[in-house]
Design a binder for this molecule. Structure first.
Ligand code: NAI
Length: 301
């Protein structure tokens, strides 16, 4: 792995390098947010196609404000230069923060997290962006579980201010403090919660999605519900929200919550799951409750 930096990161010191592992929807967005705050980002994936996708996410997010005159070209170029695409773990040797954002599979994540721990700085924070997997469980693969924590961003990362900081059973208070400071450093709002199924947001959101699915199954008018919830003040209707989150992700969360909380059983007629079975995944593949167009700034048509 080459020479690893042994310099200890002290509480209160700013994060200078945050490696992001997995250059997908979330990884690309997390890399972009870090890079715009002057943090170096080794961005790692298992293949070039994955890396290209993550980089194009970051490039698009930088290009848009430049075209609209909201971001100066040289600042955008500096931010882009902060992202260092890589296919190897060697590039993590100076990272004091690592955020894992690979596929939502506990076995894959456990292997990747251990590799990150071995490759990064000795007391680097190793964080997972998992939406549903227990932080305490994932910590079992690590030699230094006290340095491990959940840092859960929301999609789209550049627009969503909230970040959940999830304390596992073995996470140290110093790690919690450093993670909170890091989230603030990148201009987001951290909330600290103890590890539990659904963390905070999904425990609130799941009953809403479940109630929506039940309403649809009972014949509620789709357009009426969408419009009414917007008039109520929600930025988007429930169908649009589920499309943005991803129907597969939403179905997985509904399932997980039903297994963990008796007051959140699966919807009576699980429309979200039915759409997934018909390969309708929402914004990510262009078809969900809505058909998504790419030429209208991602708004559903
Ligand atoms: P994605 O499928 O878009 O990206 C995953 C990336 O990880 C792919 O580029 C894949 O090539 C890469 N990858 C797979 N195995 C790898 C390995 N061993 N080493 C390096 N890279 C590897 O997934 P997405 O949606 O970005 O989700 C990533 C994580 O973020 C998941 O844990 C998910 O639950 C979580 N999350 C997803 C949200 C969403 O709305 N999509 C929201 C919040 C969290």
């Amino acid at each position: 792995l080459g020479i690893k930096s042994k310099t200890k990161k002290l509480a209160g010191e700013k994060t200078t390098e945050c490696a992001v592992i997995g250059a997908g929807i979330m990884g690309g967005g997390i890399a972009h947010t870090n890079a715009t705050k002057g943090i170096r980002v080794p961005l790692k994936d298992i293949n070039q196609a994955g890396l290209d996708l993550g980089l194009s996410t970051a490039v698009n997010l930088l290009e848009k404000p430049v075209k609209r005159g909201k971001l100066n070209f040289s600042k955008a170029a500096t931010a882009l230069n902060n992202i260092i695409p890589t296919l190897t773990n060697e590039s993590l040797k100076n990272s004091d923060m690592v955020i894992e954002a690979v596929v939502e599979d506990p076995k894959v994540k456990s292997i990747v997290l251990k590799q990150c721990e071995d490759a990064a700085m000795d007391n680097a924070i190793i964080a997972s962006n998992t939406s549903t997997i227990s932080i305490t469980q994932l910590a079992k693969s690590l030699t230094r579980p006290e340095n491990f924590i959940g840092i859960h961003f929301f999609n789209p990362v550049n627009k969503m201010p909230l970040v959940e900081v999830i304390r596992g059973k073995q996470t140290s208070e110093e790690t919690v403090k450093r993670a909170v400071a890091y989230v603030q450093q990148i201009g987001k709002t951290p909330i600290v919660i103890n590890d539990c199924a659904g963390f905070f947001v999904n425990r609130i959101l799941t009953p809403y999605m479940r109630a929506y699915s039940n309403l649809l199954a009972k014949g509620a008018d789709f357009v009426f519900v969408e419009k009414t919830m917007k008039k109520y003040g929600m930025p988007m209707g429930p169908a649009e929200l589920i499309d943005v989150v991803g129907l597969d992700t939403s179905a997985h969360v509904l399932e997980l919550m039903s297994q963990n909380y008796s007051h959140m059983p699966l919807p009576e007629n699980n429309i979200v799951q039915a759409l997934v079975e018909n390969s309708l995944l929402g914004q990510k593949n262009g078809e969900g409750f809505y058909t998504w167009s790419t030429d209208r700034r991602g708004r559903p048509v």
